[in-house]
Ligand binder design. Sequence first.
Ligand code: BG6
Length: 511
Amino acid sequence: MSPSSTANPLRDGRDRRLTRIAGPSALVLFGVTGDLAQKKLLPAIYDLANRGLLPPSFSLVGFGRRDWTHEQFADVVEESVRDHSRTSFNPDVWNQLKAGIRFVQGGFDDGAAFDTLRDTLAELEKTRGTRGNHAFYLSIPPKSFEAVCQQLSEHGLAQGEDGKWRRVVIEKPFGHDLESARELNAIVESVFPPDAVFRIDHYLGKETVQNILALRFANQMFEPLWNARYVDHVQITMAEDIGIGSRAGYYDGVGAARDVIQNHLLQLLALTAMEEPISFDAKDLRAEKEKVLAAVTLPEDLGAHSARGQYAAGWQGGEYVNGFLDEEGIPEDSATETFAAIRVDINTRRWSGVPFYLRAGKRLGRRVTEIAVVFKRAPNLLFTEGESEEFGQNAVVIRVQPDEGATLRFGSKVPGTQMEVRDVSMDFGYGHSFTESSPEAYERLILDVLLGEPPLFPRQAEVELSWKILDPFEKYWADSGTQPESYAPGSWGPEQAAELLERDQRTWRRP
Ligand code: BG6
């Protein structure tokens, strides 16, 4: 028997190759008119239905202020599905889904509306067979969590009984610092038990992010090198070419570091740096992530090891774009950063002395998220300076998006009579290696909520550890009283960011 055929898909008596289909349930969506619901959540629900991953009884209840009938809400859902779904529109699938769509009109403090919600869910249980299993998706500003959680509790909707489950889904931002994150959590957990709370960090739903675990722990060739003996440093980049668009209300006062470093980038760091978990079960995976986040140490001189920027007005890709301070709804003296970079270290035997550089920004050169593990140079280089002029450091680059895949960069001899060596790369691209396209992050995450599978959802401890890492930087920036440095749209951020790495005799990659 070949080694590969010994892998047993029936481990634990469960055939892991079987498609995972959600059981009877209803999803109640608060915040139906928001951008996230329209562009991501509603289309993802349809895509799940179209892939046959939702049960026939699945029902969707929208809750909001609009004066809509069930029919009108269904039309809104249909429009968003037609505009944004990943899979093609299938009238049969749509009609099946539509039969379970309801709308409840009301505000978050309107007790009568929650009576109607309770009656609607009871009706769906009877007529559609949802078996009283309900997920409440709070796609609303955190300041409304308290009102909604209280209403759900008072109307007996938060407590599952007789085997009926109740789950609540919350979206980042989970607070704006450690203290507020704790307060927010106390509000949610005063109503729902901790294992009923599903916190969404949509990066964890991305295929390429889950692939970090496969790359590291399925293979033998990377892990022996994945440590301070061979790795020089790690760069994690999340670059966007767009500005803040119409999100001034949310973004001002938040900024790049709170928006994406506290969550997405620190989750990428945790998956890249953590030890092998004893299994991929939620408690084992979360425990390893928490261990490594708890081992993160900050530089003494926070100023020298961080950078902040704000995009200026200018030309980007043939279009003249507003500067951040000219965006609608942003005060002209706003000190909110649209670019942030930080250095952190990890105080473990594996990573001691290996800096992790994290950067994120809007209106940068191109949209790209990647993790680059950059290796030390070979200890004895037989090549002269001239022969190795175009030879950098070896690297494993995990390309999260777009162009999902991984790249190995190494040196190779240039054809010719000289022993000249130059960087070359070897690529794995999802598009080339697999015929099936990757599901959207929200498809995976909504399915996992309905299945009650928590591994891809951070628990509160991770959220708090991440704020402990970011809060000192935020405090330093706020106390410094300085404006973020301006940078040109389409560039790779402010000068400060380049200087941060130059101080350590390193440079950022140009993805
Ligand atoms: C969100 C941030 O979490 O992620 C946005 O709030 C950002 O500011 C978005 O644009 C990027 O997501 P993605 O999946 O397009 O990388």
